[in-house]
Design a protein around this ligand. Structure first.
Ligand code: HEM
Length: 426
């Protein structure tokens, strides 16, 4: 199989439940050129070296000949479509994830001032009682059921409620923003899946929903500007810190980023935790006995089933020679976290769920200056959800394996995880 073929197969929706055999093929060349001049990096140490290399940029505006959306053909499976879409969406005053220093560092500082240490050390710990209450309320609701969907009944409500509270987004708007975000997510496929009639319809729906969502976020920012209120949106809109205030479009872009990143990947990790524990007999009993192993189990699930399958916005700013390959200046670079997290040169027996593993760190949270902004919050939420599940859900059994997956090539997670249970304890 050539790297192009392996990449196309790994991106296909039908392979979303198990892209790993194709990632193994792709990793035979840890830095490989695929279609349209894109370099995909699947080796752990190669990603780590490149992500700390000042000769790469996260800012899409640094790509020469960057594709115009109207000229891209999604059926090529080349990723140009996604790149063009990202540029169109976020090109002006970009959100921090596609900004370079010094703007990136300034925006991250401005946002972190209202989210975590050193200025706001209590925001996340203060959420713990609410997290415990939310997961227990959800389990109370499923008490009389013999079957539950881990995604809809359990994994989704916790992170969405918490991020609404932290940011000051009204929870009553959930049905509307949930529908927009679901459409936007389903529009991000690559290759043949995007080229079908249905794929084109999904893209159109995603574009319409993106406009709706964007207007909604801008409205929230404008309301907060007029009338200060609780939450991070208002704090960003009235920021009086040493870095000053972000521009209105930068506030809107970063609010959209933190709001979506602040719940979507967490849902996928909670769902993957339950799925992985049930696929590996004995794990639930072990974790019930050894609760101290729960944080390690969560990190191991994230390594094995990366919520962020890959990140596509990097560009080489110079010719970069790495492991026998030269990435020419201007080339798009995709970091394939899902593949690198199973690199056998880094992880012994990489396809195994192993709680004794010595190599504990993974690229599940990214690395370098763009390493996940919300890892501390996500860990609190996933720990709380896993602990309550283990304590209260009796004899859970998977109904369908593999479960159906959500449409989205970047953010990987099940659509539903059905389980049968004997009951839910008090
Ligand atoms: C299990 C849950 C999560 C996972 C697996 C995850 C994963 C990641 C990864 C891999 C990146 C790096 C992407 C890149 O290479 O540029 C990232 C960045 C980011 N994440 Fe998360 N994330 C999670 C939860 C959260 C939460 C809860 C928040 C916010 C409350 C958040 C906000 C962000 C932001 C703002 C960035 C961009 C940081 C920057 O560019 O400096 N994430 N995340």
């Amino acid at each position: 199989m050539t790297p192009e073929q392996a990449f196309t197969e790994a991106m296909k929706f039908e392979n979303r439940p198990n892209p790993y055999p194709f990632f193994d093929e792709l990793r035979k060349t840890p830095v490989a050129r695929v279609t349209n001049g894109i370099y995909v990096v699947t080796g752990y140490k190669e990603i780590l070296a490149l992500i700390h290399d000042p000769r790469i940029s996260a800012d899409l505006r640094n790509r020469p000949n960057r594709p115009n959306r109207a000229q891209t053909d999604p059926s090529n499976g080349d990723g140009a479509e996604i790149e063009a879409e990202l540029l169109e969406k976020y090109g002006k005053d970009p959100m921090m994830i596609i900004a370079d220093p010094p703007d990136h560092d300034r925006a991250r500082r401005q946002a972190m001032r209202h989210f975590g240490p050193p200025h706001s050390p209590d925001v996340i710990p203060n959420m713990e009682p609410a997290c415990v209450r939310i997961v227990n309320d959800m389990l109370d609701k499923t008490k009389d059921k013999k079957r539950m969907d881990v995604v809809d009944d359990y994994a989704y409500p916790l992170p969405v409620t918490v991020i609404c509270r932290i940011m000051g987004v009204p929870l009553k708007d959930e049905p509307q923003f949930h529908a927009w975000i679901a459409d936007m997510m389903a529009g991000a496929e690559l290759g043949p899946d995007a080229a079908t009639e249905e794929g084109k319809r999904r893209k159109e729906k995603a574009s319409a929903s993106r406009i709706g969502f964007r207007k909604y976020i801008i409205q929230l920012v404008e309301n907060a500007e007029k009338k200060p209120s609780e939450g991070m949106i208002s704090k960003l809109a009235h920021d009086d810190g040493p870095d000053g205030r972000m521009s209105p479009s930068e506030i809107a872009n970063n609010v959209a980023l933190i709001f979506i990143a602040g719940h979507d990947s967490t849902v996928n990790l909670i769902s993957h935790c339950v799925l992985t524990f049930l696929r590996n007999p004995g794990t639930i009993d072990l974790l019930r006995r050894r609760r101290d192993l729960i944080p390690r189990a969560i990190e191991e699930v994230l390594r094995l089933e990366s919520s962020v399958n890959f990140w596509p916005t990097w560009t080489a700013l110079a010719d970069i020679e790495i492991n026998g390959t030269t990435i020419p200046s201007g080339s798009p670079i995709f970091f394939m976290y899902g593949a690198a997290n199973r690199d056998p040169r880094k992880f012994r027996d990489p396809n195994k769920f192993d709680l004794e593993r010595e190599e504990k760190e993974s690229l599940g949270w990214g690395a370098g200056i763009h390493v996940c902004f919300g890892g501390q919050l996500a860990r609190l939420e996933v720990n709380t959800a896993v602990e309550a599940f283990l304590r209260r859900v009796e004899n859970p059994k998977l109904v369908i394996d593999p479960p159906p997956y959500r449409r989205n090539a970047l953010f990987r997670g099940p659509l539903h995880v059905l389980i049968d249970v004997d009951g839910v304890r008090d």
